[in-house]
Design a protein around this ligand. Structure first.
Ligand code: AMP
Ligand code: SF4
Length: 472
């Protein structure tokens, strides 16, 4: 057995989270609650809100869904007109309560709260050197590393300290920091994770996705730019800084394929529209004669509509999802994941019986879902199941905050397409081409590293860890 190190189980939790911030808005905690609720799909393990009022920070954090962590009483006590909050995705190793954000820190130039979405690729090196210099860590989160870097800086000018700290970290991040009089909004120079600004009454909101901006009744203003530090003070005065001279458009393709909500618009592209287009292109690239198209609910419904429209094969509801079960990936172990799939989906026997089915899913990661679903459809009487995947094969790990950190986990890295088809029990199997993906999202430039293995940043130790698991 090769030594496989997944940093989520060690000192380096993987996060695909959501951040939301508000400044100069009344009933700030209510707005925060609805904002985080709209980002719930980005993380269901924990949630937290920090507000600031009259010389004090007020904070509530807990494990579970936003509706489980907060109630009316708690919300009424989170007073102020400025706040930041976080929904947390993590698996076993990282789901400790002390890792739930935002965090509060003390600093010579004033206290601050901090939260973060993404993953730093050089956190291991930074943590070692900070510890050598005397920093003591209370959590295993990347966010704390960033806070220590700011705290260690003897610059009295906070923006300069932030710039210097950001220049030391590498990877994917959307950081929000809250002080007594300012909200700092920061996006990595590769713009891997999304972050957008909205206007609400006399103030502003900032969110990982635009769906939350819409839901709280704010108006979309613009996306935060790659490498930008946007500071908004209590008079709504905005200052724009950049921490890097060279910036890049490398938005994560998986945000379009799977993570983001269909009603979100990421850098001008609606997520539902891009998924539907991916389905259309897939139908052109890999048509198969069949009776019905069935999308795996919910994230593949847009792609199955596209496939059906293009192929003229009727789109049918062949699978029913139990809405009260979390995403399959939230289950920490493989055994639990397998149970999760069973709990989650049921075939509609009367629809699929005796039919040739085109099964559309947005992606294959570990292969657990497709294998189970194909078995379910066949048990329910489907004559043939042709698997069509609305993204290219995921053959390389992600180091930027998405829960696919080793080759070992990725079935397309281990098997040929033929073997994979046999493994999942499909009658045929086709993936969207990389060109098709770029066309669907109408973007030349975005991060597609998990399909190509060409990464936009240096990978430090992480690639070595992932490579160890390459030899099976
Ligand atoms: P798998 O069983 O591992 O092949 O899971 C594939 C399913 O998980 C797809 O239907 C996607 O909707 C979903 N998915 C894709 N990528 C991720 C991810 N990084 N985290 C959680 N779920 C994912
Ligand atoms: Fe997204 Fe894949 Fe890039 Fe990770 S490697 S940021 S999942 S496109």
């Amino acid at each position: 057995m090769p030594m496989i190190k997944r940093f989520i189980k060690g000192d380096h939790p993987q996060e695909e989270c959501g951040v939301f911030g508000v400044i100069n808005v009344h009933n700030v905690s209510e707005v925060m609650y609805y904002g985080l609720h709209a980002l719930q799909h980005r993380g269901q393990e924990g949630a937290g809100i920090v507000t600031y009022h009259d010389d004090d920070f007020y904070s509530t954090k807990g494990q579970g869904l936003v509706t489980e962590v907060f109630n009316e009483d708690i919300i009424s006590k989170l007073i102020g007109t400025q706040a930041i909050g976080h929904v947390r995705y993590s698996t076993s190793g990282g789901s400790r309560i002390e890792n739930i954000q935002p965090f509060l820190f003390r600093h010579g130039s004033g206290d601050f709260a901090l939260c973060h979405n993404g993953n730093l690729v050089n956190s291991k090196e930074l943590k070692i050197s900070l510890e050598r210099e005397g920093s003591i860590f209370q959590t295993t989160s990347d966010t704390e590393i960033f806070a220590h870097l700011i705290k260690k800086d003897d610059q009295k000018d906070r923006i300069e300290a932030i710039k210097r700290a950001l220049n030391k970290i590498d990877g994917a991040f959307a950081f929000l920091a809250l002080t007594k009089d300012k909200l700092y909004i920061m996006r990595d120079k590769n713009s891997l994770r999304p972050l957008s600004l909205g206007k609400l009454n006399n103030g502003y909101v900032v969110s990982s996705e635009t769906c939350a901006i819409d839901i709280v009744g704010a108006t979309f203003v613009r996306d935060i730019l790659p490498g930008e530090i946007l500071t908004i003070d209590r008079n709504n005065h905005m200052t724009q800084d950049f921490y890097a001279e060279k910036t890049y458009n490398n938005m994560c393709a998986m945000e379009y394929i799977y993570f983001s909500r269909p009603d979100s618009v990421l850098e001008g592209v609606n997520v539902h529209a891009s998924r539907k287009e991916a389905g259309r292109i897939l139908a052109k690239e890999a048509f198969v004669d069949a009776d019905i198209v069935v999308g795996v609910p919910d994230s593949s419904i847009s792609a199955s509509i596209g496939y059906s429209e293009e192929s003229k094969i009727p789109n049918e509801m062949g699978l029913i999802k139990n809405k009260y079960v979390g995403r399959t990936f939230i289950r920490p172990s493989q055994a639990m994941r397998e149970k999760g799939v069973k709990m989650k989906l049921a075939p509609l026997k009367s629809i699929v019986n005796d039919k040739r089915v085109v099964l559309v899913d947005d992606s294959i990661v570990r292969g657990t879902t497709s294998k189970k679903i194909i078995a379910l459809l066949k048990e329910a009487g489907a004559k043939e199941v042709h698997m069509r995947v609305a993204s290219p094969p995921i053959t390389h790990p992600c180091f930027y905050g998405v829960d696919t950190s080793t080759y070992e986990e990725l079935i397309a890295a281990k098997k040929t397409q033929e073997d994979l088809q046999e493994h999942i029990g499909a009658d045929s199997l086709h993936f969207l081409s990389l060109t098709g993906l770029h066309q669907a999202v109408s973007k030349e430039k975005m991060c597609v590293s998990c399909f190509t293995g060409k990464y936009p940043t240096y990978l430090y130790q992480d690639i070595e860890d992932a490579n160890k698991s390459k030899k099976f």
